[in-house]
Structure formats: C-alpha cells, structure tokens
Design a protein around this ligand. Structure first.
Ligand code: NAG
Length: 167
C-alpha cells in the first residue's frame, strides 16, 4: 500500500513537471514565431455623415477588408480577436480611437478572408470635429494562446478623410 501511494505520488509529480515544461516550451516557441500579417482595409463608401441632435458628429461607412492572419495560428493559438479602429487627432485628445468593426477568428481555416462590411459600431465624435478630418484605419490583433501570455500587435492599413460637409 505504501509503495503504491509512493508510486502514485511520483507519477503525479512527474505529470506536473511535464506539464510545466510543456507550458514553458509553448511560450518559448511563441516568442520565436514572428508572424507576418497581411491585411488591407479601406473605406469604400461614406453612407451617412451627420451631426446628431446631441451635437456630436456621426458617420457610417462601408469598409472593404481583406486579410491573411494564418501566420498567427500555431498549435498554441486558441483564437485571435481583431478590431479595426479609426484613429484621429482633435485639439482635446491627441489620440481618439474608435473601434468600427471587430471579429473573432476561431481557427486557421477562417484566418484568410475578404469582405465588405458596414461599421458595426458607429463613428461618433465627442463634439463636432469630424468634417474634413483625416483618419488612420488601424488593425489591432490579440492572439489568445492556450497557455502563456496574450500577444497583441497592430498595423496601420490605410487612411481616409471625411467630407467637408454633412450628407
Ligand atoms: C476590395 O478589396 C479586394 C482585395 O483587396 C479588391 O480585390 C477589390 O477590388 C476591393 N473592392 C472594392 C469595391 O474596392
């Protein structure tokens, strides 16, 4: 009996050590996987641009998005969360960042796609600063691993100007 418990204990200890080693290896390998993300997104249409009754500018857009995120998927990748942000400057804030669209990529088979989408979230300013304003479209991605820490990165994909007049 004693010997059985002793052996069981050894086995459990061995399993725990093995798991720790595998987790460390997974994080280590991730650090050496330098992914190359190919992405393009641009505004192809301004559907509406107006000042709300509250006084804040609001725009809705159609985006043409294409990306290849397959390189972000390793055996340690659970899923990838992406969002496309419109980033712009105003006198009040040096960086205004508004998420226009987001998506969860569940696996490598769904990591390459092309789509035309309307903004999921409205582009609303804190005020009426958007006429003629220049924006950068920035793709952000968060790689959620099975083990280890989350990796986040971003890349600017294009820029656009809102018109000088409301539609
Ligand atoms: C959308 O993007 C794809 C791939 O970049 C391109 O082939 C297509 O012509 C674009 N469509 C429009 C309407 O701009």
């Amino acid at each position: 009996m004693h010997s059985f418990m002793h052996r069981l204990n050894n086995l459990v200890t061995f399993a725990a050590v093995l798991l720790a080693v595998l987790c460390a290896a997974a994080s280590f390998l991730d650090a050496f996987n330098s992914p190359s993300v190919h992405a393009h997104a641009e505004v192809i249409k301004i559907n509406r641009f107006r000042k709300q009754l509250s006084g804040n500018d609001e725009a809705s857009l159609t985006l043409n998005i294409s990306m290849d995120l397959r390189s972000l998927f390793t055996w340690n990748t659970k899923q990838v969360f992406i969002f496309l942000a419109a980033e712009y400057e105003t006198s009040k804030n040096s960086l205004n960042q508004i998420s226009l669209w987001d998506h969860i990529v569940p696996d490598k088979d769904h990591a390459e796609f092309q789509a035309q989408v309307a903004n999921k979230y409205p582009l609303i300013d804190q005020g009426s600063n958007l006429r003629g304003k220049k924006f950068e479209l920035v793709l952000h991605w968060h790689v959620m691993p099975r083990t280890g820490r989350m990796i986040q990165d971003k890349m600017a994909v294009s820029s656009f100007y809102l018109p000088e007049a409301y539609t």
